[in-house]
Design a protein around this ligand. Sequence first.
Ligand SMILES: NC(=O)C1=CN([C@@H]2O[C@H](COP(=O)(O)OP(=O)(O)OC[C@H]3O[C@@H](n4cnc5c(N)ncnc54)[C@H](O)[C@@H]3O)[C@@H](O)[C@H]2O)C=CC1
Ligand SMILES: Nc1nc(=O)c2c([nH]1)NC[C@@H]1CN(c3ccc(C(=O)N[C@@H](CCC(=O)O)C(=O)O)cc3)CN21
Length: 293
Amino acid sequence: MDIKTIFNKKKPVLSFEIFPPKRDGDLNSVYKTIDALAMLDPDYISVTYGAAGSERSNTTLDIAAFIRKQYQIESLAHLTCVSSSKDDVDRIFDKFEAAEIENILALRGDLPEGMATNNRAFQYAGDLIQYIKETRNFTVGAACYPEGHIEAKSRTVDLINLKQKTAQGADFLVTQLFFDNEKFYDFRREVRALDIDIPITAGIMPVLNKNQIERMVALSGASLPDKFKRIMSKYEFNPQALHDAGIIYASEQLVDLLSTGVDGIHLYVMNKPEVAKQLVDNVSNVLKALRSS
Ligand SMILES: NC(=O)C1=CN([C@@H]2O[C@H](COP(=O)(O)OP(=O)(O)OC[C@H]3O[C@@H](n4cnc5c(N)ncnc54)[C@H](O)[C@@H]3O)[C@@H](O)[C@H]2O)C=CC1
Ligand SMILES: Nc1nc(=O)c2c([nH]1)NC[C@@H]1CN(c3ccc(C(=O)N[C@@H](CCC(=O)O)C(=O)O)cc3)CN21
């Protein structure tokens, strides 16, 4: 079932995000991860492509196809267009179709260092989305930024760009990670006021160690509430305590988001199924209550 239909039928939708392994061909570790994630009964699993600007293995397709075939769980294959020509993406679409992949998260992608900025076949994610919708039948997700994209001049400019991106054909939105739910609520209100009515799923990353926090803040520009900063600085040198605190913090975010009627929860679980399990266990009765009401 394509993801647009899943959002129409079910609320809240639960999804996980994984990334391909570092070395080409080393797929066993990720297959083990998927096996454990499948037991948590997600509605779909997304697979990154060139995450965080890395130019790496092109196993996104194989992994996304495996998730559907082996587990009958829907998959969402990420695709970035920053380094691709039209021929490149045409070839990728052909492969996706042959593998019966139905859903694409269409992204511009992180800019590789020193890249020229104005001579790309697809300048923005919206250009890729429009091209997909003109030429193919995929359901298309797009990224959105509750606190504004780091390169955008302002949140307002970023919202106007989001309006255009959705008009170009996005079927649903996945947010950048955030640690302050109020930022998400403000954003959702503003998006709805612009008559963007597609589902918005909230992307949440449980932060479990100091390096990861710093890396993710640099990539996303997410702001850190005082409560979050206090916890992180108190336990930064105690990995177990920081791990517990990170899980609890993210769980609290989830309970609050679920209570306000979020369309979906997308967990950036960084290929750690035990982390996904802890989070899902913590909110399992909340999820059940919402789904049966
Ligand atoms: N690789 C992956 O799996 C994921 C990557 N990301 C990252 O998100 C970032 C951007 O990706 P997208 O949101 O897909 O890019 P995008 O093309 O929608 O936006 C990128 C920037 O361009 C601006 N922009 C967008 N459309 C515009 C237009 N028509 N005219 C003028 N300015 C416009 C936006 O405000 C934003 O600052 C990247 O850093 C990407 O790598 C986010 C989630 C997952
Ligand atoms: N700007 C940006 N780029 C992204 O790729 C991205 C976002 N934001 N926000 C949401 C998710 C988070 N994603 C990420 C973020 C970091 C890694 C990363 O650092 N991966 C390391 C391995 C980390 C580990 O093993 O724990 C890598 O080398 O792939 C991967 C995916 C993909 N997405």
